[in-house]
Design a protein around this ligand. Structure first.
Ligand SMILES: [Zn+2]
Length: 246
């Protein structure tokens, strides 16, 4: 996902190559433009990776990208950064130069939120367990980034967060501290009462856009998702309505 506000641009989970036979891949031509920094993927400020799963992040592609776009910074969980470092060593790339642009986020479940500023970005991040919790994928470091571009537009990207209130409740103050203009939850947040409560009462997003939608939806899912805004086609766009700040 590409987010643009004025001259500031960021990408979320842009480079991956496994669709697990279920999800939309980035089309080859779009991926080529992205790697080459061609419009609209020119002058990207930062890339955010939610977690190290093949439908969100491929280390070798990210390395290729960082090498071809020498001013872009990367923010990613340590698990993804470790995989990227292996790819860097394997390729014999200049580790020192790259390390300056890679920000590894070391967060455990339940840790306080982190916030940081970088040029035109204000960044907040919390670790939220991956969906499937507590039965499966508990070892995956899944991050939810809240990014304010240009001091104006704030987007919260959930990664593959588990839609359970107890992961979000402890961060009420963190979420109240900034207005999320656009929340980008995985579509399963629209399918449970807890997911709605998280979006409406905790994150309190002005606008929500569901992602991670399987290419083939069951009839039941098509019905229960009919009222929500979902991203399903590569390249489709939305306008983010920025609400006035108090
Ligand atoms: Zn995942």
């Amino acid at each position: 996902m590409l987010i643009v506000s004025g001259n500031t641009k960021v990408l979320f989970d842009p480079l991956y190559e496994n669709n697990y036979d279920r999800y939309q891949l980035v089309p080859a031509a779009m991926q080529r433009d992205l790697l080459a920094g061609k419009p609209p993927f020119d002058d990207i400020d930062a890339v955010f990776v939610s977690h190290h799963h093949g439908d969100h992040f491929t280390p070798e592609l990210m390395l290729q990208y960082l090498l071809s776009q020498p001013t872009v910074r990367l923010y990613a969980p340590m698990q993804a950064v470790a995989a990227l470092r292996s790819a860097i060593r394997e390729a014999g790339a200049d580790e020192e130069n790259l390390a300056e642009r890679i920000v590894g986020i070391a967060l455990e479940n339940g840790d306080p939120a982190m916030t940081m500023d970088a040029d035109d970005l204000s960044i907040g991040v919390v670790r939220i367990p991956h969906s499937g919790w507590p039965e499966s994928r508990t070892d995956i470091e899944n991050l939810s980034f809240r990014v304010t571009l240009d001091e104006g537009t704030t987007v919260t990207h959930f990664g593959d967060a588990d839609a359970n209130l107890q992961h979000f409740e402890p961060y009420r103050d963190y979420w109240s501290a900034a207005t999320t203009d656009l929340a980008v939850p995985p579509y399963w947040f629209f399918q449970s009462a807890a997911g709605h409560e998280i979006l409406d009462d905790i994150v309190r997003s002005e606008q929500s856009l569901g992602t991670h939608v399987p290419v083939e939806l069951s009839e039941a899912d098509t019905d229960n998702l009919a009222d929500y805004d979902l991203l399903t086609q590569p390249g489709e766009r939305r306008r983010i309505v920025v609400s006035p700040r108090p």
